[in-house]
Design a protein around this ligand. Structure first.
Ligand SMILES: [Zn+2]
Length: 238
């Protein structure tokens, strides 16, 4: 009986490990997907900031050329001022000059804004670049570890199955089938110790008679409430 119990506890550990390995087939790829997404996001941010810088530079160049052209026009009109003959001509020319000065002023304001934006973006991209490099390095390392884990699942499972077969062969049939039946029914831990005179799986108190029965350990006793197989552990059960 004691030997069967020891074997059942070992079997339970193996079954837990096999369950974990099975679950890892799902969550490891999920973790990898998250790490990859994080790299993509950092790269996208870097591309976006680089793009914004190059757009701002083009805009700056464009505005500088426009200002230069407008200043040329302005100089030309100011030249014409010298040869003005009538008041009407004078008024028209002043209006032209005012319009051009307004246009230059608007472009200079926009130019200043663009240059400020550019300064900020060039500061920002240093951080963005560092972050991208760091995420890429960290995540690549983690991805490699996770990939190795995924690659080794198959051989780990095979190893556990072999050990399981050895353990199963050493357990008496009726006890094994009780274990399998309970495991199918409730899943998770099947063999649990008594703790504070209660089942340590569902915490339901046990009758004194039941406690005595488990303590004697001459048969496998199941919890009436949750079906777990109970055992007495001198170190923990009192
Ligand atoms: Zn129970």
């Amino acid at each position: 009986m004691q030997r069967d119990l020891e074997m059942l506890l070992k079997l339970q550990v193996i079954d837990y490990d096999l369950g974990e390995l099975e679950r890892s087939k799902e969550y490891l790829p999920d973790m990898m997907e998250n790490l990859n997404r994080e790299i993509q996001e950092a790269t996208r941010k870097l591309t976006e900031t680089t793009q914004q810088i190059s757009e701002a530079k083009v805009r700056q160049k464009h505005l500088e050329l426009e200002v230069k052209a407008k200043e040329g026009e302005l100089a030309k009109y100011q030249q014409q001022m010298m040869s003005i003959k009538t008041n009407k001509e004078y008024d028209a020319l002043v209006a032209e000059i005012d319009a051009i000065k307004g246009a230059i002023s608007a472009r200079e304001t926009e130019l200043l804004e663009t240059m400020n934006l550019l300064t900020n973006l060039e500061k920002e991209i240093v951080t963005v670049q560092e972050r991208e490099a760091q995420i890429r390095e960290n995540n690549s390392r983690q991805l490699q570890i996770l990939q190795e884990k995924i690659d080794s699942i198959g051989s780990k499972v095979s190893g556990k199955i072999l050990t399981r077969q050895e353990i199963v062969a050493a357990i008496s049939r009726p006890i094994l089938s009780t274990y399998e039946r309970v495991r199918k029914g409730k899943g998770g831990r099947v063999v649990v110790n008594v703790r504070k005179r209660a089942c340590s799986s569902c915490f339901k108190a046990l009758t004194p008679k039941k406690v005595q029965e488990i303590k004697r350990g001459d048969q496998i006793t199941a919890c009436d409430n949750c079906g777990s197989l109970l055992y007495w552990d001198d170190a923990e059960s009192n």
